[in-house]
Design a protein around this ligand. Structure first.
Ligand code: HSE
Length: 405
């Protein structure tokens, strides 16, 4: 029997307990031993819940029990999660976590401790919820040099963008509705400003490129400035606007960014709607691969955490090598990244189209009937720096969204 402790009985923690109870027999068979939840650490009590008999309030109870071999950290946030996880690893316990803030900020150090102790720090659930992506990057795609990852890595924002597109509603209206339905957090900043996706793409890039990508180096823009009028243009053009997290090798350099991007039906991420996530990966010998599924929520996330527990149980005293070195990957400045740009501008194609062409070169124009006094155009491919330079000389730009089609 392998005794484990679960730190946190919130949404994911209760999911972990439920998954282990529901699939007890098959999980034990796959782990090769019975997985027994000995403790659940939480500040609260849960009278009437069968978990109550396992509830402890003090981390010392967990860490001082030599029977505990694996610790599940699903508290979220940096503290006390970081202190608990570090102590757990230093004491020779493997840790499985869904905590993307923790992995993005302290992953290098925690992986190093796990390596030195011949145990494991596993974090499948930190990116893409229930979608297997960490293990594929670490174990299945090892024959490839990965040169691009582009993902819809945040369910909340994908739900908002999908709903804005379906209903023609504005951002604030859809966010309020999503909060009322419990899809969006009361404090949605990390999701809507792109910070959550930023941490996830930093984790995936570190694994894919084998060097540590600091999330603070990732250029990040959220969806708060996207309007119902932007969606009208997108619809007219047969495109959709998604919050994409991308990291890509260009020549000898790498860039990483999170921003809203206009894509068309030829992009495999075009049809990823609602709270679903998807991660597109390109390898130099594999070509394209796409991972799609439930990117958030209690049971999908718990499914990934418990799969890590099974892996940790199968490798109790053996470190599973992770292709994530402590050497930092210096990212290219975003100004050198090449994109097309969808630009809304005051005026009309008839009056201003020629000026736009002179300034931006070849441009594809679009007008929407009920948007008077403005038009839009999509530029050819140019660097961010070139776009910014041209935009400074243009009068009446309303907004810009990157376009990949
Ligand atoms: N807030 C996150 C999302 C939860 O909406 O995707 C999963 O990490």
């Amino acid at each position: 029997m392998i005794n484990i402790a679960v730190l946190g009985y919130g949404t994911v923690g209760s999911g972990v307990v439920e998954v282990i109870n529901t699939n007890h027999d098959s999980i034990n068979k796959k782990a090769g031993e019975e997985i027994n939840i000995k403790y659940v650490l939480d500040l609260r009590d849960f009278p009437g819940d069968p978990v109550q008999e396992k509830i402890v309030h003090d981390f010392e109870t967990v860490i001082n029990d030599p029977e505990i071999k694996i610790i599940v950290e699903v508290l979220g946030g940096i503290e006390p999660a970081y202190s608990f996880v570090k102590r757990a690893l230093e004491s020779g316990r493997s840790v499985c976590t869904s905590n993307k803030e923790l992995v993005a900020k302290h992953g290098v150090e925690l992986l190093e401790i796990a390596r030195s102790k011949d145990i494991n720090f596993l974090f499948e659930a930190s990116c893409g919820g229930g979608i297997p992506i960490i293990r594929p990057l670490n174990s299945s795609l090892t024959a490839d040099e990965i040169d691009e990852i582009t993902g819809i890595l945040n369910g909340t924002t994908n739900y908002i963008m999908t709903k804005m597109s379906a209903d023609g509603s504005d951002f604030d209206e859809v966010l309020k509705d999503a909060q009322e339905k419990g899809y969006a957090e009361r404090n949605p900043e990390a999701d809507v400003e792109g910070y959550d996706a930023c941490r996830k793409i930093a984790i995936l890039s570190s694994l894919a490129f084998g060097r540590f990508v600091d999330y603070e180096d990732v250029y990040t823009e959220g969806i708060t400035k996207i309007t119902a009028d932007d969606i009208k243009y997108a619809k007219k053009m047969g495109t959709s606007i998604k919050l994409l997290a991308t990291s890509k090798k260009v020549g000898d350099g790498f860039y990483a960014m999170v921003s809203p991007v206009m894509i068309d039906g030829s992009n495999p991420l075009f049809s990823v709607n609602g709270v679903f996530n998807a991660i597109f990966v390109h390898g130099n010998v594999l070509g394209d691969a796409m991972f799609y599924g439930s990117g958030a929520g209690k049971l999908p996330t718990a499914s990934a955490v418990v799969a890590d527990v099974v892996d940790a149980a199968k490798h109790l005293n053996r470190n599973i090598m992770m292709n994530w070195s402590s050497k930092k990957l210096e990212l290219m400045d975003i100004s050198q990244v090449e994109e097309r740009f969808f630009v809304r501008m005051k005026g009309s194609v008839a009056a201003d189209g020629q000026k736009v062409k002179e300034l931006f070169g070849d441009a594809a124009f679009v007008e929407v009937d009920d948007l008077e006094g403005e038009f839009a155009f999509v530029t050819g491919v140019m660097t961010e720096a070139a776009y910014q330079e041209k935009a400074q000389h243009a009068d009446g730009i309303i907004s810009m969204i990157r376009a990949r089609f």
